[in-house]
Design a binder for this molecule. Structure first.
Ligand SMILES: [Zn+2]
Length: 298
């Protein structure tokens, strides 16, 4: 394998993680490589990957976000993503549609992605796969596990017999789960957290800062803290509904980002997050929407 100054390689049995030398914070991330007796699989080639380091036979993209496809242009092999996200891998414009931006926000985000990533217009050859799709690498199997919530097609990959579960952007960061896209869902995110919690693995790999967690007990402890952030946001929203509020009021108040954060996609993420929590609260009959788009506690 070629050495690169951009990352640090760590082996976990048949799995090698290329840990970002930038700590894994967006736009960077950790790339996973799986080496079997017959074939090699790369998962989520990051911005730090500037060539195909292993002669990959396939690349699996966990979901259609720019940081997870940042290094994909260096691979000539077949490229895969879940059916629900593959259109965003095939086309950068579809990927951008997924953020639900206003025209002005879209221009700013498009420009920021252009500055940070040298992405082509898309990978039209990308192939859609479903939950349970298995990459047979000879003596190693890599099985796709659909974990929607972050995006509709967000997936993890379970590598056996090593016992390495890649959980992608269920990233265990203190920031908490992100569900600010058009295809995001709080309830699906919570279900996906339960799905990964139930899998006994030896290692759990995340794409961002936390890297690889060893042991299911430690993983589940961190997963609890991570899931807790969802409930804290909902609590923050309930407290803010001390009087009638509109979605723009909630966007300005912010449930996700701190007040000083000034990025072109912040309002879009806040808007979608507020909508999703409001939908949950309405479904649970804790909040009602009056006909003029004002939300009040029941
Ligand atoms: Zn993502």
């Amino acid at each position: 394998m070629d050495a690169s100054p951009n990352f640090r390689e760590t082996r976990f049995d048949d799995v090698t993680v290329l840990a970002s030398s930038h700590g894994g914070a967006f736009p960077h991330g950790n790339t996973v490589m799986v080496t079997g007796s017959q074939a090699r699989l790369v998962i989520d080639p990051s911005l730090d990957v500037d060539h195909d380091p292993v002669g990959a036979d396939a690349v699996m993209i966990s979901h259609a976000h720019e940081d997870h496809i940042a290094g994909l242009r260096h691979f000539t092999c077949e490229k895969y993503a879940h059916h629900a996200d593959v259109a965003g891998v095939r086309s950068l414009q579809v990927l951008l549609d997924g953020y639900g931006l206003t025209p002005a926000e879209r221009l700013a985000v498009d420009e920021q992605i252009g500055d940070q990533f040298a992405l082509p217009d898309g990978f039209p050859e990308a192939i859609g796969v479903g939950d349970g799709h298995t990459f047979d690498l000879g003596d190693v199997r890599a099985t796709v596990i659909h974990l929607p919530g972050h995006t509709a097609g967000h997936c993890g990959v379970l590598i056996e017999p090593a016992g390495f579960l890649y959980v992608a952007d269920i990233d265990l960061s203190s920031f908490g789960p992100m569900y600010g896209d058009v295809g995001s869902s709080v309830d699906e995110y919570l279900t996906s957290i339960e799905t990964v919690r139930a899998i006994d693995a030896r290692w759990y790999g995340t794409f961002h800062q936390k890297g690889v967690i060893e042991g299911s007990a430690e993983f589940r402890r961190r997963l609890d803290d991570y899931a807790e952030v969802i409930l804290r946001r909902e609590q923050r929203l309930l407290e803010f509904l001390d009087r009638p509020r509109t979605v723009p009021d909630i966007v300005a108040h912010r449930l996700v980002y701190r007040p000083h954060v000034d990025l072109p996609f912040v309002d879009a993420v806040e808007r979608r997050t507020a909508q999703l929590h409001l939908e949950r609260l309405v479904a649970h009959e804790q909040v009602i929407e009056t006909d003029d788009g004002v939300f009040v506690l029941t």
